[in-house]
Design a protein around this ligand. Structure first.
Ligand SMILES: [Zn+2]
Length: 224
């Protein structure tokens, strides 16, 4: 594997805009956005060996062991489009997973170039997440504060009824954010101690955060 690889990890809470930013970075940098959530869905849908293994744990209400997730990630990173790098989203979430990722990349003859942490305070995450409304007919998403429909409760596109998914209630979101904060703090410390962490203020708009992320990536030692 060449020296100028660019493997990045994107960290950010639910509602921090991580997925959107990963897609945009992928388009600019030409390296794939590798979301472990997508990998799971794909493996489950195609009923691969890893997918079946993962499903067994999930059906029993157990956590999927790191080896299974790392197996999916290894397979993905060995595909030709990842040879020059990838933007990892959704993994690692914990310090043991971060260690596993380090080992995997070493096995592939490379290493992490940097970890970009889109930092948004917990109360802002909650405000962003708990105001989401979805159209029953066409699935378009709205936000009562950031992207409200013209008429409350009615879809602009199709006139359908807007509803709040159970996932989008303040109680559910508050729990999600608490779990996220508890999990992520040690991970942020782990990468900071290794000099890999770059913190990006996630409060400005999507375009500003995007520009800050790109500037941070270009300032990384290996990306120059
Ligand atoms: Zn609609």
């Amino acid at each position: 594997m060449p020296e100028d690889t660019l493997y990045l990890v994107l960290l950010g809470g639910p509602g921090a805009g991580k997925g959107t930013q990963a897609d945009r970075l992928s388009a600019v940098l030409g390296t794939p956005h590798v979301s472990t959530g997508d990998l799971f869905r794909e493996h489950l849908k195609k009923q691969t060996d890893l997918g079946r293994l993962a499903k067994g744990y999930m059906d029993r209400g157990e956590l999927v062991p790191n080896e299974v997730t790392v197996g999916m990630l290894r397979e993905r990173l060995l595909q030709p489009d990842c040879a020059r790098g990838a933007i990892l989203d959704g993994f690692p979430r914990t310090v043991p997973q971060a260690e596993a990722l380090g080992e995997l990349l070493a096995e592939l003859g490379t290493r992490l170039a940097g970890v970009l942490y889109i930092n948004v305070p917990a109360d802002v995450l909650l405000a962003r997440l708990s105001g989401r409304w979805t159209c029953r007919s066409c699935g378009t998403m709205y936000h009562q504060r950031y992207s409200p429909p013209a008429k409350s409760g009615v879809c602009d596109k199709c006139g359908g009824e807007l509803y709040q998914r159970p996932d989008d209630t303040p109680e559910t979101q508050e729990r999600r954010i608490k779990v996220y904060v508890a999990e992520t703090a040690p991970l942020v410390d782990y990468y900071r101690q290794r000099g890999l962490l770059v913190e990006i203020d996630g409060l400005p708009g999507i375009d500003q955060v995007q520009a800050d992320l790109l500037a941070a990536i270009r300032a990384l030692p290996v990306a120059g």
